[in-house]
Design a protein around this ligand. Sequence first.
Ligand code: AMP
Ligand code: ZN
Length: 499
Amino acid sequence: MKRTLKIYNTLTGKKEAFQPIHEGHIGMYVCGPTVYNDVHLGNCRTFASFDMIYRYLLHLGYKVRYVRNITDVGHLTDDGEDRMAKGAKLARLEPMEVAQKYTVGFHDMMRIFNTLPPSIEPRATGHIPEQIEMVEDILARGLAYERNGSVYFNVPKFAETTPGVYGQLSGRVLDDLYSETRELKNQGEKEHPADFAIWMKARPEDIMVWKSPWSVGFPGWHLECSAMSTKYLGKTFDIHGGGNDLKFPHHENEVAQNHGACGCAPANYWMHTNMLLLNGKKMSKSDGNTISPLELFSGTSTHTSKSYSPMVVRFFMLMAHYRSTLDITDEALQAAEKGFKKLMEINKLVQNLPVDARNFDGSETNTDREMLALMETAFEGMDDDFNTAIAIASLNELGGYINKLVNKQIEASEVSPWVLEKTKVVFQTLIFDIFGLKDESDSGSDGGTVEGLMNLVLEFRANARAQKDWAASDKIRDSLQAIGIAVKDGKDGVSWTKQ
Ligand code: AMP
Ligand code: ZN
C-alpha cells in the first residue's frame, strides 16, 4: 500500500500531504552545528529527530539527498565577534583547528547516537565563491545595497516587491520586526534596522577573511545555507529543517535571500524541531543550562542520579513528538530506561516465537485483526508528521499480545503465521531501521555495554589528547575516577580498571 505522509509545514502552519518535486526523490537540507564548541544534548535532540525523519523517508522508499552543513564562519556573537575566531583566539589555535576539533567531536557524538551520516556535509568556508555569487545575484536584482564594503539585504524593498513572504515563516509582523531587530554591528550603515548583512567588511581584528568585489571580509551567517542548499539541492527543493530557535532570524533571512537571488522560494516544506529543556528552560550552552551527553553517559551530571546509555537517551527523545518541547529530568530518563529495556525484551521474545504454519487454515482471527490494527496505527502515527510517540505506544500494546502468547494466555493458533511473521518484521523495522535504536545488550551481558561505553569515552579522551585539549582529557579521567574507574596511560595504549 502506498502510504500518505503528512508533514507539518511551518511555512503554512498546517499539516500537508507531502508531494515531492521529483517523484520518488527528496532533497532535504538541515542546518548543522556551529563548530566552535561541543554539541550539547539539545543539539543532539534536533539532529536525532532529523535522523529519524530521514530514516522514515528512506523506509517509505524515497531516494533522499540529505544535506547537513557545518557552520565554520560567520555565526557572530551578540558582540559581533565570529564564534570560530573567538574560540580560536582564546585557545591560541587556527580557526580551522577549532572547527576540526569540534567537527570530529560532533561526528563522534552522532555516531554514538546511531545517526546516519548525511549524503553531503558542506562547510561554509568551503563555499565562499558560491556565497559571493549569491550576493552578486541579490545586488543585481536590486534587493541589496553596498555601504563601505559591506552589503546589506534590503528588507523593506523585498517586502514591497514580494508581498507576504518576509515574516511568513516566523509568523512575525513586519512592523514589530522593524522595531525589535537587535543590532549586531555597523548599524549606522544600514538603511533600515531590519536590514541584515550578507557580506561584512572585515575589521582589523577579524581573522577569517576572504577577498570579494566589495571588500576583504566574510559572509553573513544566513547566506551559507542559502548558497549551499541551492548548490546541492537546486533553487527550490523539498524539505528544509532545523531547530525552532532558527526560525528567526536565520531561516526567515534564508528565505529572503533565496527569493532575492532567484525570485523563487527555497523549500516547499519547512520543518522545525522543538527544544530540549533543562529545568524548564531551553538547553543552551551560552546560558550555562546544559548537560553534556558524556556527563549523562558517565553518570557525572549533577542533574541525574545515575548514568544513562546513549540508546536510552535516544529512546527518551523518541518518546515525545519532535514538535513538542521535552524536559529532561532524572525521572523521565528512568522511565525511558525502563521503556527501552522493555521494548528490547519484547522484541527478543517476538523474534524467538516459533512460527507454526502446519495447522493454519487461512482464516483471520480476532487476535489477528487486533494485532494488525495496532501495526497499522504505528505506521499511521509515523505518517502523521512522524509521530514516534504513537508508534511506540502501539508497539507497547502489541507487546501485551506477545507477552500473552509467550505465557499461553493466548493460544498460538489464535495468531496466524503470516501475522506473527509480520509482527516480527514490524518490530525490527520500527525499532532499528526507523527509530535508529540499537540493542545495547547485543554484545553480551551488561559487561558488553560497559565495555562499549568505555571504548567510546576513551575515544573521546584520545581525541581530546590528540588536540592537546588537556583540560578535557583530565576532566574525563577525573570523572571516571569519581565513579570508580581508573584510567592508565601505558606505553601499549590506554587501559582501564574498575576499582
Ligand atoms: P547551533 O550549533 O547552536 O547552531 O545549533 C545546532 C542545532 O541545534 C540547531 O538546529 C538548533 O536549533 C538546535 N538546538 C539548539 N539548542 C537546542 C535545544 N535546546 N533543543 C533542541 N535543539 C536545539
Ligand atoms: Zn542554516
